[in-house]
Structures are given as structure tokens and as C-alpha cells.
Design a protein around this ligand. Structure first.
Ligand code: COA
Length: 260
């Protein structure tokens, strides 16, 4: 399953996808994004995968954003195409039925942080820096950063990070809600797998529907958001897993979910 750009590990209910580009600080290249799209298509209908952890090789960078060396040799058309595939890939992560956990093993900058923002959860290693430096490069965060960052941490804090390009460390990121856990030195994989494991033991349809309820309801007015939540809830009522959960409770055992 592993390709040239990503190492894919399959564990019980969880896949770990590791960007295999340490020498370029796991920067986003065309090949790397193309392979991400292939992996997303592969797991979309795979009920055995309940949670995906995205991380990077090494301890320097989770992902240093766009591959600026590759970018320098691209035509305007190629930049345009690449940018579209980047946006599609990040939207694919967000819309996937599985929960995605970004395990930030090192710097998450520009498109790297935007990829992490498309994930449902973010955990960071101690000492990790993150930021959106695009305005210093004559562009703006254009792969969802200006949209997802304010949704994650609020408008004022998001604008501060976007307009200054300032990098924040793990502790500050935790305080502002940009990440939900900080792992001690050497403990990132354990923390990420612990979080992923807690997600993966739940009913797959519930995970999918809960994601859709939160993401789809966030900017609707109150009544529309409640109606949206109800629609997501109704889909769970039809599942065998809901019946299995009630049976397991009565029989004082753990439920065995199949995703049906
Ligand atoms: N694209 C392509 N190559 C990159 C890169 C990127 N975004 N970021 C780093 N690299 C390359 C460097 O050019 C260098 O290559 P070389 O060995 O051929 O010179 C190698 O990765 C190591 O970079 P270095 O800066 O020495 O690593 P570091 O561990 O000291 O720092 C970062 C890592 C990520 C903090 C730092 O590289 C950085 O700030 N990168 C730029 C981030 C950025 O502005 N991204 C664009 C956002 S739009």
C-alpha cells in the first residue's frame, strides 16, 4: 500500500500515513498530493479503516508547505492545476467518512498547517512550530487556511496569525485551541495512536455523521443547524450498529461494530 511519497501502515482499525520526504521537510509536491488523493479514494469505502493518522518523517517538519523548489520551475498553468489538486485533497480529508488525526511531528507551515486544519483533530509534539507565512511570500493561505483557521480558533486569533505570519509553539497552539493535545518528547506516536484508538472503537457511521453534523452545521443559523443535526442523527437510527450497541449494553459486553 505504501507508495513513493507516503508510507502507509495498517493497524487495527487505524491507518498511519507518513509523508516520506524528510530531505525537503515533507513539503507538498505534485506527486505527494496525487498519492494523497489515491489513498483517500482507497479508504473511502473501506469500513475496516476507522481513523487515519497523518504525520511526517523525521522530527524537523510535519510539512513545510508547498514545495518551493518544485514551484519555482512550474508554469502559471501548472501552479493553477497543483493548487486545485491541493484544495481537492484537503477537502477530501475533511469530507472523508473516517476521522483524521494530524500528528504534528515538526514544523507545520503554510500548506502543511492547512493540511492539518483539514484534519478533524490535531496533536502536536513538544517544541513544534506552526504558522501561515504566506503573506510574506506575496500570496495568501489559499488551500483553506483563511477559511478553516478562523473556524478552528476564532476570527481575531486567526487574523493575527494570518496577517503577521507569526509562528506559534505547541503550548500556545494548545491554549488557542489549534491543537487539542501536546505530546511529551518522544511520545507523539503514542498520543496520536491513543486518540485514534479512542475514535476507532466507535460506530463508523456515527463518526461519519458526527463529522458532517459539526462541519455542516457550524455556520448555519440555529434552526437550520439543529435541522441539519437531526438529519445526520436520523441516518444513524437506520444502522445495525445502533441495535448492536443496545444489545451489547444489555449483555454487559463491548459492542462489535461493522459499519452497517
Ligand atoms: N519546499 C522545498 N524545500 C524545502 C521547503 C519547502 N517548503 N522547506 C525546506 N526545504 C528544504 C530546504 O531547502 C533544505 O534543502 P537543502 O538541504 O537542499 O538546502 C532542506 O529542506 C532543509 O531545510 P532547512 O531550512 O535547513 O531545515 P530546518 O530543519 O532547519 O527547518 C523548516 C525546517 C520547515 C522550519 C524550514 O525549512 C522552513 O521554514 N521552511 C520554509 C517554510 C515555508 O515558508 N513554507 C512555505 C509556506 S507557503
Amino acid at each position: 500500500m505504501s507508495g513513493r511519497e507516503w508510507v502507509v501502515e495498517r493497524l487495527e482499525g487505524i491507518e498511519v500515513w507518513t509523508i516520506d520526504g524528510e530531505a525537503r521537510r515533507n513539503a507538498l509536491s505534485r506527486a505527494m498530493i496525487a498519492e494523497l488523493l489515491v489513498n483517500l479514494a482507497r479508504v473511502r469505502d473501506d469500513r475496516a479503516v476507522r481513523c487515519v493518522v497523518i504525520t511526517g518523517k523525521g522530527d524537523k517538519a510535519f510539512c513545510a508547505g508547498a514545495d518551493l523548489k518544485e514551484r519555482a520551475g512550474m508554469s502559471a498553468d501548472e501552479v493553477h492545476q497543483f493548487h486545485r489538486s491541493l484544495r481537492d485533497a484537503f477537502r477530501g480529508v475533511e469530507a472523508a467518512p473516517q476521522a483524521f488525526v494530524a500528528a504534528l511531528n515538526g514544523a507545520a507551515l503554510g500548506g502543511g498547517l492547512e493540511m492539518a486544519l483539514a484534519c478533524d483533530l490535531r496533536v502536536a509534539g513538544e517544541g513544534v512550530e506552526m504558522g501561515l507565512p504566506e503573506v510574506g511570500l506575496g500570496i495568501i493561505p489559499g488551500a483553506g487556511g483563511t477559511v478553516r483557521l478562523p473556524r478552528a480558533i476564532g476570527v481575531a486569533r486567526a487574523k493575527e496569525l494570518i496577517l503577521t505570519g507569526r509562528r506559534v509553539g505547541a503550548a500556545e497552539a494548545l491554549a488557542m485551541g489549534l491543537v487539542s493535545r501536546v505530546a511529551p518528547a518522544g511520545g507523539l506516536r503514542d498520543v496520536a495512536l491513543e486518540v485514534a484508538g479512542l475514535v476507532a472503537r466507535n460506530a463508523p457511521v456515527s463518526i461519519r455523521q458526527a463529522k458532517r453534523a459539526v462541519d455542516g452545521g457550524l455556520h448555519l443559523d440555529l434552526d437550520a443547524a439543529l435541522a441539519h443535526e437531526n438529519a445526520m442523527y436520523q441516518d444513524c437510527l437506520r444502522t445495525k450498529d445502533r441495535v448492536e450497541a443496545l444489545r451489547a449494553f444489555a449483555e454487559k459486553r463491548k459492542p462489535i461494530f461493522t459499519g452497517e
